[in-house]
Design a protein around this ligand. Structure first.
Ligand code: NAD
Ligand code: MG
Length: 407
């Protein structure tokens, strides 16, 4: 029996993870579930899976949750609130695997805590990896933690890697990675009409049913940009050895091109339970509940090069990883602020890329050096890298909001 902690259990990935867990009660025991504010879904999950811990990050919702759980069939449940509780449950002795399924930077500290503790990390929360980069990968290496990708493309690439491949290594016989993308809902919308896109149109993804933030990221193709950075880190490969491929059917989830000319692809119906079950059973396999692929129904597949004029966010992500240093942290923070503002109807769809680009330009080496100096004066060596990441993340958010206010 493995103990699992699901960070962000009430979200799209969290719910799919519990669906897989329910199919294998003899193999997985739910130790901890966490939510931000969605206490209705968390309550149902606690009734069904009887975890030891439930975290409700938001204090007011935690109080409501405590009341809700009184005199119910949920027994011996420890209820915690506040962000530090996420780190606490990720570190628990009884936890073997941590599903990192919180959206955005809020997932960084608990995922890093799990990495420090040497847990098996099932990584859906790509923002945590993008913003912390080398620090994250070094933490994994130092503690001997196992890092398994949940993002469907990275899980596909991992499955196509040589036998005994571990994330973070360079696979020498690999020439290129072909990172597939659906192209989102606006693949064919005339570019001049993109300015009028509404949040409802942007979150209606043609192939995948996901949370709102990642759905907007898919529409701008920032999702593919973040995934490009994620792939560079997970597979220790240069950005120019990764080709983004638009494949609208979303049947091939990515490909690995070997020096001998072999190209291996992983295919399947677009359902996140496949990568989740793959990582949960690894190195074995078990049922995910996903229906078998009907290859005759698929019939044919298309592949196109992405248009960087239509999708400036993909270009910006490429520039950020090529520039390196703190630029992916800046990109991610600016994107989180811009997407939230778009979802709140404060800015236009096309403003997302404009705001990110402005924020990236603002972060000159001089500004980064300044922040580094300030951090070094106030903290000791080991926490320095993390503090710099958090400082750059916070500063980038402020600057993005300042640019937004000037619109
Ligand atoms: P979602 O919005 O459906 O769920 C997000 C979860 O995070 C919820 O449980 C929510 O309670 C929690 N959360 C939100 N803000 C929080 C905060 N400040 N503190 C603590 N918890 C907080 O998102 P999702 O679609 O499940 O995506 C989760 C992560 O997985 C994202 O990083 C996304 O990029 C990645 N991912 C998702 C999919 C997918 O198909 N949904 C595919 C690949 C990768
Ligand atoms: Mg993906």
């Amino acid at each position: 029996m493995k103990g699992i902690c699901i960070l962000g259990s009430t979200g799209s990935i969290g719910v799919s993870t519990l669906d897989v867990v329910a199919r294998h009660p003899d193999q997985y025991n739910v130790i901890a579930l966490t939510a931000h504010t969605n206490i209705e879904v968390l309550f149902e999950q606690c009734l069904r899976f009887q975890p030891d811990y439930a975290v409700v990050v938001d204090e007011a919702h935690a109080q409501l949750f405590i009341k809700k759980i009184e005199n119910t069939a949920v027994k011996n449940l420890t209820i915690l609130s506040g962000s530090p509780a996420l780190e606490k449950v990720a570190r628990l002795e009884k936890v073997d695997s941590v599903m990192a399924a919180i959206v955005g930077a809020a997932g960084l500290l608990p995922t890093l805590a799990a990495a420090e503790k040497g847990k098996t990390i099932l990584l859906a929360n790509k923002e945590a990896l993008v913003m912390s980069g080398d620090l994250f990968m070094q933490t994994i290496e130092k503690s001997g933690a196992t890092l398994l990708p949940i993002d469907s493309e990275h899980n596909a690439i991992f499955q196509c890697m040589p036998a005994n491949y571990q994330t973070g290594q360079t696979a020498k016989p690999v020439r290129r990675i072909l990172l597939t993308a659906s192209g989102g809902p606006f693949r064919e919308t005339p570019v001049k009409e993109l300015i009028n896109v509404t949040p409802e149109q942007a979150v209606a993804h043609p192939k995948w049913d996901m949370g709102r933030k990642i759905s907007v990221d898919s529409a701008t193709m920032m999702n593919k940009g973040l995934e490009l950075i994620e792939a560079c880190l997970l597979f220790n490969i240069a950005p120019d050895a990764i080709q983004v491929v638009i494949h609208k059917q979303s049947i091939i989830h990515s490909m690995v091109d070997y020096v001998d000319g072999s190209v291996l692809a992983q295919m399947g119906n677009p359902d996140m339970r496949t990568p989740i079950a793959h990582a949960m059973a690894y190195p074995e396999r078990f049922d995910s509940g996903v229906s078998p692929l009907d290859i005759f129904e698929v019939a044919h597949m298309d592949f196109e090069k992405p248009d960087l004029e239509r999708f400036p966010c993909l270009r910006l992500a490429k520039e950020a990883i090529e520039m390196g240093g703190m630029m992916p942290t800046v990109l991610n923070a600016a994107n989180e602020i811009a997407v939230e503002a778009f979802l709140n109807e404060q800015i236009k769809f096309t403003d997302i890329a404009i705001l990110i680009e402005k924020t990236m330009h603002y972060f000159t080496q001089e500004i980064i050096d300044d922040l580094t100096h300030t951090i070094q004066n106030f903290s000791n060596e080991p926490s320095c890298a993390l503090n710099l990441i958090l400082a750059v993340d916070a500063r980038a958010r402020v600057e993005t909001k300042t640019f937004m206010a000037a619109f």
